[in-house]
Ligand binder design. Structure first.
Ligand SMILES: Nc1ncnc2c1ncn2[C@@H]1O[C@H](COP(=O)(O)OP(=O)(O)O)[C@@H](O)[C@H]1O
Ligand SMILES: [Mg+2]
Length: 269
């Protein structure tokens, strides 16, 4: 049994990310505390607009105007990421922490071939890597996320692939990034069941290899089957957290109990 007493690889303290418009403030993330451990899958669930993606992008240092991190600390490997310059942050991204984005189309350059997207994810942490040496590994990873005909995919541009295929390529990029912390933002939404299972299996084997994974999902079944720890988010705040076992056995917050009723599972989008 893994004990929770070890130091978290990622610790988020009182994080607040707000979006400002002329006459209002959206408190997308409003005082979030979270601890993420190596070798564990930490699930983050919550309804649409509860702040899950903004929280993740905040950790990655990817919040642009009109958004701003207004308070809090983001400790990763002993440093508060909020104190790093953009140049230092670029080194951290992809090397120490990587993210599988919810909208792959927006995260992938349409005029860059898949093989170059994958290579970029490797090159960020391994400057000596050469693309042609990596091709066999890329083929393996693409097969692992359920993409048949990897040779054709490697030579394709994102716009030549379907949304579901791009989503799987995003997952492959997250895997080859080989970062100690991987944030997966709804990595299997809109994929067929077989593909979902192969992607979750990939994430679980990364977990077993010691990587810390934050899995954002709207699927409580997925949480129950794959995650070790879980956080429930509502209106920018964490309203419940614990091990998956604890929370499922005895959800404390009425909203968690509400989400667990079969008729409400649909709301977790
Ligand atoms: N670029 C933005 N500008 C203004 N508001 C935003 C922006 N991005 C997100 N928000 C707001 O922040 C809140 C949280 O959004 P998000 O993190 O995407 O939710 P989730 O991922 O949980 O569905 C929502 O109210 C959303 O409208
Ligand atoms: Mg989201």
């Amino acid at each position: 049994m893994i004990l929770m007493s070890n130091t978290p690889v990622l610790q988020i303290k009182n994080l607040k990310t707000y979006f400002y418009s002329r006459d209002s403030v959206v408190k997308a993330v409003d005082g979030v505390n979270m601890e993420v451990h190596s070798g564990r899958i930490t699930a983050l669930i919550g309804g649409s607009g509860s702040g899950k993606s903004v929280m993740s992008r905040s950790v990655m240092g990817l919040i642009d105007k009109p958004g701003k991190i207004v308070d809090g600390e983001i400790w990763l490997n002993g440093r508060d990421l909020r104190l790093l310059s953009e140049k230092e942050m670029r080194k951290v991204r992809g090397k120490e922490i990587a993210m599988i984005f919810q909208e792959p189309a927006a995260a992938m350059n349409p005029v860059v071939k898949i093989k170059d997207h994958l290579f970029e994810a490797v090159h960020t942490h391994d400057r000596k890597a050469r693309r042609k040496d990596k091709m066999p590994a890329f083929r393996e990873v693409l097969l692992g996320v359920g993409l048949r005909d990897p040779d054709k995919i490697l030579e394709s541009y994102p716009f030549e692939l379907s949304g579901g295929m791009c989503q799987r390529v995003m997952v492959a990029m997250g895997i080859v990034a080989n970062a100690g912390v991987l944030i997966a933002d709804e990595p299997t939404s809109s994929l067929d069941l077989t593909t979902q299972i192969s992607i979750l299996e990939e994430l679980m084997s990364l977990r077993d290899a010691g990587i810390a994974i934050i899995l954002i999902t709207h699927d409580l079944g997925v949480v129950a089957q794959t995650a070790d720890d879980m956080y429930v988010m509502k209106d920018g705040k964490i309203i419940e957290s614990g091990t998956v076992r604890e929370v499922f056995a005895a959800p404390k917050h009425p909203y968690t109990r509400y989400l667990m009723e079969p008729v409400h599972v649909e709301e977790l989008r």
